[in-house]
Design a protein around this ligand. Structure first.
Ligand code: UDP
Length: 240
């Protein structure tokens, strides 16, 4: 597999082409950002930690029947994935009220939810990723009704796998963001889980101490960001 030119540089990852048009390389940098890029930093070992974390989660999900774009880890900071055409929506799942939900609805962070709450956000930095509903997604042509139903089904399965995975490690999976797309070489256009699952895109709370083990440590200046990412990784069995 030969590494080609840079295709896209995001806030924490860079995507590179390969000599196979159906495969791309995801390179995890040490960059961390919050508040739409208003707060930026570099954290030692972040890239390698998130690369390993994501690989472990994607492989675990695949074993449980969730189709993802993940192919394999190539080196410390890079993984090979299927080239995808992504839907322009982020799917957020909440098991406990926190973050923007707590703020928007005036409900204290930590309020348990009797069942998972799904939210969709339109991926648009200039608009600060506004919240949208199934109608917006369908009527504006971002995805079909069937796609929305599929995303819900897949997301439920993801939650059924990941909530106990973290739970058994003494960690509450509070909320997380998923992104979906279609592999460019799939004639059937099956929806696959894309992007990443790392502590950058979820909330993880230590069940005993209540300590945050995710990007809120960076957002809220709590310190020891990567130390806690690695502690969460170690507890669920990620080989670091
Ligand atoms: N999230 C994300 N990318 C985004 C927005 C949210 O990964 O662009 C994740 C975030 O880390 C959290 C969950 O989705 O785990 C819910 O985020 P929320 O809506 O509460 O927004 P926040 O307050 O984190 O900006």
């Amino acid at each position: 597999m030969e590494k080609g030119k840079e295709l896209y540089r995001g806030k924490a990852k860079t995507v590179y082409a390969t000599n196979d048009p159906n495969r791309v390389i995801m390179h995890y940098r040490d960059d961390v950002s919050a508040f739409d890029g208003a707060k930026l930093a570099q954290l030692e070992q972040k890239g390698e930690t998130n690369n390993r974390f994501n690989a472990f989660i994607m492989q675990t999900l695949e074993q449980q029947g969730v189709k993802t774009h993940f192919v394999e880890v190539i080196n410390e900071r890079e993984s090979l994935v299927r080239a995808m055409k992504m839907l322009p929506v982020e799917c957020v799942v909440r098991n406990v009220c926190a973050g923007s939900m707590a703020k928007r609805l005036g409900i204290p962070e930590g309020t348990p939810l009797s069942e998972p709450v799904f939210e969709y956000f339109y991926k648009n930095d200039a608009l600060h990723d506004p919240m949208v509903n199934d109608d917006h997604i369908r009527v504006l042509g971002w995805a079909s009704d069937e796609d929305v139903q599929r995303m819900r089904v897949i997301t439920k399965r993801v939650n059924n796998v990941l909530k106990p995975l973290f739970g058994n490690a003494g960690i509450d999976l509070v909320d997380y963001k998923l992104e979906f797309g279609r592999a460019v070489d799939d004639p059937n256009g099956q929806l696959l889980l894309g992007d990443e699952f790392t502590p950058d895109g979820c909330r993880l709370w230590d069940q005993k101490t209540g300590e945050k083990m995710d990007k809120d440590r960076f957002r809220r200046d709590l310190g020891d960001v990567i130390k806690f990412y690695r502690e969460a990784a170690k507890r669920i069995g990620v080989p670091l």
